[in-house]
Design a protein around this ligand. Structure first.
Ligand code: UDX
Length: 429
């Protein structure tokens, strides 16, 4: 099928590449001319495992192309996906201005029947507003229908998540777009949920909030574990074997971050408020998440006492492993909190150092994780990169003035660390 994706960020570009990979003809549109130039010349603006190969392969096969013209994208395709950002406003509500602008741009380019699909995470009832806007701005002869099709991929695993989705949600009751969307997704062989547009939009906010709730729940249990001498990883293992609960998203740590959970929680709380429901459960999820960072910083100051002029090595800057994304990263927040206390930081991240340089100043960026501890008083683990488990612990122990590690992601085995001579402080163990 002929498809276009408007917006080539973490959602749009991966979606475009994966839809091309299964055989569709995809035009990716972005108003950032520099980004389109980079993509056209074979470059990739973000780090996402497997994405570069997929983009190059499908561009070479002629199934994936790039343009700055929304009109070109609209005219060349039957189904048009909207994948532009929906950033938070200062009060937590969603800024829908990018979606609204794209809706008007699509409207101006409409000539015959098109299906317009919203992939961005949006407040419930946005699809209805998109349809109203397009109708207002399109020529009288144009015809279209709007569908909600939320995206559930995780950064760092986006290619795999998109090629093997656990479900596909199609929000429309109209037969023609249902049939078209089934055709778009037929190669993925995933269960499909066909529902109305408002329910589809709600599925996304309800899912992300539930996952955030799950993380805050285990972080609260981690606090109980610390007070009682229990071990949160063993509690999570015991809970997770119950199929109704599941083990995933039960990793305690310094809290969740990223461009989705914090934003989507605030948005969902605001959406509920606007319709007259006080979503106190989700406010508590936010509260626990913020407290997790406070407790971790306290753990560091309780041990090292005064941080002024103490040298601390930090492993991790990205908001999670396998990505260079530092938006709302707990690791960056932790670095800033330590800097505020006067600590001097040596930091390392396998992929996120370039992006971090723009916002995290006055730190020493270290290319080799095994030298991050040199001349330091303690080591902090802030992101759950698998490769940190390969740290040369003996070398790190010797290069620190005292072998103290604060592990905010529970990457190492507690008993083993103590056996190796570390003062080892983690979360909930
Ligand atoms: C999330 C959703 O998982 C995805 O379905 C949606 O489409 C977008 O939002 P993402 O933000 O890419 O994906 O990352 P995710 O893997 O969910 O992690 C979010 C944050 O939670 C990270 O900071 C991570 O470190 C933290 N986390 C995750 C935990 O602290 N514990 C866990 O058990 C899992």
């Amino acid at each position: 099928m002929k498809l276009s994706i408007i917006g080539t960020g973490y959602v749009g570009l991966v979606t475009g590449a994966c839809l091309a990979e299964v055989g569709h003809e995809v035009v990716c549109v972005d108003n950032d001319a520099a980004k389109i130039k980079l993509l056209t010349s074979g470059g990739i603006p973000i780090y996402e495992p497997g994405l570069e190969e997929l983009v190059k392969k499908n561009a070479a096969a002629g199934r994936l192309s790039f343009t700055t013209s929304t009109a070109e994208g609209v005219q060349k395709s039957d189904v048009i996906f909207i994948a532009v950002p929906t950033p938070p406003q200062p009060d937590g509500s969603v800024d829908s201005s990018f979606i609204e602008k794209v809706a008007r741009d699509i409207a101006a380019a409409l000539t015959d029947y098109k299906i317009i699909v919203d992939k961005s995470t949006v407040p419930v009832k946005t699809g209805e507003k998109v349809a109203e806007t397009i109708k207002r701005y399109c020529p009288a002869t144009a015809d279209f229908e709007v569908v909600s099709n939320p995206e559930f991929r995780r950064e760092g695993f986006a290619v795999g998540d998109l090629l093997k989705p656990d479900r596909i949600v199609i929000g429309t009751r109209s037969p023609r777009p249902i049939e078209a969307m089934k055709k778009v997704y037929a190669p993925f062989h995933a269960p499909m949920v066909v529902t109305d547009i408002n329910s589809a939009e709600l599925i996304k906010h309800a899912s992300n909030s539930f996952l955030a709730l799950k993380i805050s729940y285990i972080n609260a249990i981690a606090t109980i574990c610390e007070i009682t001498g229990a071990n949160v990883q063993e509690v999570a293992a015991g809970m997770g074997l119950d199929e109704r609960i599941g083990r995933r998203f039960l990793n305690a740590g310094i809290g969740f971050g990223g461009s989705c959970f914090p934003k989507d929680l605030s948005a969902f709380i605001k959406i509920a408020e606007e319709i007259g429901y006080d979503f106190r459960l989700l406010k508590e999820v936010q509260h626990i998440n913020a407290g997790q960072m406070d407790r971790f910083v306290k753990k560091i100051t309780d041990t090292l006492w005064v941080l002024k002029d103490k040298k601390i090595g930090v492993l991790g800057l990205a908001f999670k492993q396998n990505t260079d994304d530092i938006r709302m990263s707990p690791a960056i927040e932790l670095c800033q909190r330590l800097q505020k206390e006067g600590a001097l930081l040596r930091v390392h991240d396998p992929k996120a150092m370039n992006k971090a340089r723009a916002i995290l100043k006055d730190v020493t960026y270290v290319e080799d994780m095994n030298t991050v501890t040199e001349g330091c008083d303690a080591l902090v683990v802030a992101t759950e990169w698998d490769e940190f488990k390969q740290l040369d612990l003996e070398r790190a122990r010797k290069s620190l003035s005292h072998p103290i590690m604060f592990d905010g992601r529970n990457l190492f085995d507690h008993a083993e660390m103590e056996r190796l001579g570390w003062v080892y402080k983690s979360v909930g163990r």
